[in-house]
Ligand binder design. Structure first.
Ligand code: NAD
Ligand code: GLY
Length: 377
């Protein structure tokens, strides 16, 4: 397994080991104000272009630009609208035009300051701007600090589905300031918590147990607990990405709950009705249900997971989001999933908590039946 080596320094540093594309994940409190000292040694030109959404800009952009200025790094900022809608072709086109208007050269570095939407959008822009420039991730949501900023998946959505247009483009650095989570709305924190839980469910029963003990405190805003969860999540992701950067095998496990979740998100229009992490949370329960129906996973494990969802306040039932799901439409989304191969659907199922596996042995009728019962159609 690829090594995510924990270096002994403060703030904590992990390494995503990818040969010449290796990079650090730095996690600490109030490190945004010191961003310049982390970034200066990594950039080739003296100018960076920051991409940020309007909400995050009001809260944190000045802190980043001041820190860059202190390190003699010139920066310009481009703002986009907050929310999943900015991962559209139209927003991407506008961003590319705005970036080109800044006369970048191949030594220009982009900085993504914000949540997963900004990270995915900026990373994709970096991968095609002048045929590829470097970029740095400064994630400000729990979801982006534990998942989306690490691993180099970038992309945007289309009417055909989520993240279907994109690239693998690794950042040069991930700088996660845990203090920025203090301003994150509770709903967004919980949405990010779903991706934390994912690591426990995939292959770390002990981490799931730790979350059962500490999840409520973490959601309550305990910074030490958040830091530990971020580090454990990033270490888990770095290890998997180090082994399988471009998802030819084990990395697909990180998509636990996503095939179901993406279908629910597409049906709700990628908006406020259902956030990405909320969709993943429900998707993981559907993966568990399917595993139980197929006789692969003990019912007790599913009950234990749902009990934890209830403790922290995560929705687990699609019917709590809406009552009129269209099962045919949901099934149709599965066939467009990036993991589908030659018409065969690929799913991540579980033999229990911490025992996820990849399979193409899913009977379509059983799947349809399970889904119809779960969504109540
Ligand atoms: P997001 O980027 O939309 O951020 C959520 C909301 O929180 C936004 O309104 C934003 O303005 C606001 N916000 C951000 N930081 C804040 C802060 N510190 N204080 C107050 N408000 C803040 O959403 P997200 O949940 O971070 O990311 C979801 C996206 O990530 C999805 O598009 C998903 O597909 C993507 N994703 C990508 C990967 C990957 O590997 N590339 C993995 C998981 C998810
Ligand atoms: N979030 C899934 C992955 O990065 O592979």
């Amino acid at each position: 397994m690829g090594e995510a080596a924990l270096k002994k320094s403060e703030p904590a540093r992990l390494v995503v080991a990818l040969g010449e594309r290796s990079y650090d994940i730095v996690v600490g409190e109030r490190i945004l104000g010191k961003a310049g000292q982390y970034i200066l040694p990594l950039i080739r030109g003296k100018k960076v272009l920051i991409v940020c959404d309007e909400t995050v800009a009001k809260l944190y952009l000045h802190r980043l630009t001041n820190a860059l200025e202190e390190a003699q790094i010139r920066s310009r900022s481009i703002l986009v609208k907050p929310g999943e809608g900015s991962k559209s072709m139209a927003s991407f086109g506008e961003l590319m035009e705005a970036l080109l208007a800044e006369k970048p050269d191949r030594k220009t570095t982009l900085i993504a300051l914000g949540g997963g939407v900004i990270g995915d959008l900026t990373g994709f822009a970096a991968s095609v701007l002048l045929r590829g420039v470097e970029f740095i991730q400064i994630p400000t949501t729990l979801l982006s600090q534990v998942d989306s900023s690490v691993g180099g998946k970038t992309g945007i959505n289309s009417r055909w589905g989520k993240n279907l247009i994109g690239s693998f483009h690794q950042p040069r650095l991930v700088l996660a300031d845990v203090a920025t989570l203090a301003t994150l709305p509770k709903r967004e924190l919980l949405s990010g918590y779903a991706e934390v839980l994912k690591y426990g469910l995939i292959n770390d029963t002990a981490f799931f147990g730790w979350l059962e003990q500490h999840g409520a405190g973490l959601i309550g805003g305990d910074t030490a607990l958040m830091t530990e969860a971020i580090l454990r999540s990033c270490a888990a992701k770095a290890a998997i990405v180090g082994e399988d950067e471009k998802e030819s095998g084990v990395r697909a496990l990180l998509n636990l709950g996503h095939t179901f979740g993406h279908a629910l998100e597409a049906e709700t229009g990628y908006g406020d009705a259902l956030l990405h992490g909320e969709a993943v949370a429900i998707g993981m329960v559907l993966a568990l249900k399917m595993s139980v129906v197929m006789g692969l996973c003990p019912q007790a494990d599913m009950d234990r997971v749902i009990a934890h969802y209830k403790t922290v306040g995560l929705a687990f039932c699609p019917k709590s989001i809406r009552k009129d799901w269209n099962v045919d439409a949901l099934m149709e989304h599965f066939t467009r999933d990036k993991k589908a191969e030659g018409g065969k659907l690929t799913f991540i199922l579980l033999r229990g908590i911490g025992k996820a596996f990849i399979t193409q042995e899913v009977n379509v009728e059983t799947l349809r039946d399970m889904l119809a019962k779960a969504v109540g159609a």
